[in-house]
Design a protein around this ligand. Structure first.
Ligand code: ATP
Ligand code: PRP
Length: 208
């Protein structure tokens, strides 16, 4: 009897792209996901279930082994730690950049800059690596407003088209890292369920 495999998907922006990717591997939810408050779905592959989580919770479920695998943005992994699982695939979807950004033409001359972001750990590591003195202000969204409203000198946020920055009188400054969507796998599941997980990883790699 096969123990079921559980894949945790990130709700929100990357969900549809993740679903269409795994669909190519025959992983298709049996029930419609549209207008459905369900969070656990059986799939056409009998031994494989999907759970839908907030992106930030995907690493936790995989670390704890409640999910064997997860599909999540690299930004989430960098911010929440990447111990407790392997990261065997870069799906190269939902690509974007983590950048510092500030008001157009504004150069920071202060010795200690104020930085608004939801990426606290990434920000601390980044400024420490540059030897820059920074006070980090935790926000949960709409980071682009912070310099406009004068609570920060710059922000660290995701940039894709750059439209959000532009529409708020800001410009990207320095690239911190490129971001894309990754597959993560629980370390002990990788050993215990190798027979099922390894072919699935190979199938997913062949698809991308
Ligand atoms: P939550 O709503 O749970 O707080 P969130 O707002 O962080 O989550 P989304 O905005 O749905 O989540 O983004 C999820 C992932 O999509 C991010 O972790 C990142 O990898 C990717 N992403 C975010 N913004 C963009 C963007 N503008 N372009 C491309 N990919 C993006
Ligand atoms: C993300 C990110 C930026 C925007 C960047 O926000 O935080 O605000 O996308 O994309 P762009 O460069 O193409 O404009 P999201 O829409 O996820 O909203 P959020 O502020 O709730 O994170």
């Amino acid at each position: 009897m096969i123990e079921p495999l559980v894949i945790a998907l990130s709700k929100g922006r990357i969900l549809l792209k993740s679903l269409s990717l795994i669909k190519k591997a025959g992983i298709i939810p049996i029930d419609s996901i549209n207008n459905n408050r369900k969070l656990l779905f059986n799939t056409k592959k009998k031994y494989l279930n999907l759970i839908f989580l907030r992106a930030i919770d995907v690493p936790t479920y995989v670390k704890l082994g409640a999910a064997d695998m997860g599909i999540v943005g690299k930004d989430v992994l960098l911010e929440n730690g990447s111990k407790g699982f392997y990261e065997p695939i870069d799906f190269k979807i939902s690509k974007c950049r983590l950048m510092t950004a500030g008001l157009i033409g504004f150069n920071i001359k202060k010795r200690k800059r104020k930085v608004a972001t939801k990426f606290i750990k990434i920000a601390k590591n980044y400024y420490a690596s540059k030897g820059i003195n920074a006070e980090i202000i935790k926000l949960y969204g709409a980071m682009e407003l912070a310099p406009l409203m004068n609570i920060a000198d710059e922000i660290i946020d995701i940039v894709d088209t750059g439209n959000t920055l532009k529409r708020n009188g800001m410009e990207p400054k320095n690239l911190i890292t490129n971001i894309s969507t990754r597959l993560i796998v629980n370390k002990s599941a990788m050993i215990r369920k190798y027979k099922y997980i390894n072919p699935l990883i190979e199938l997913l790699i062949s698809i991308i």
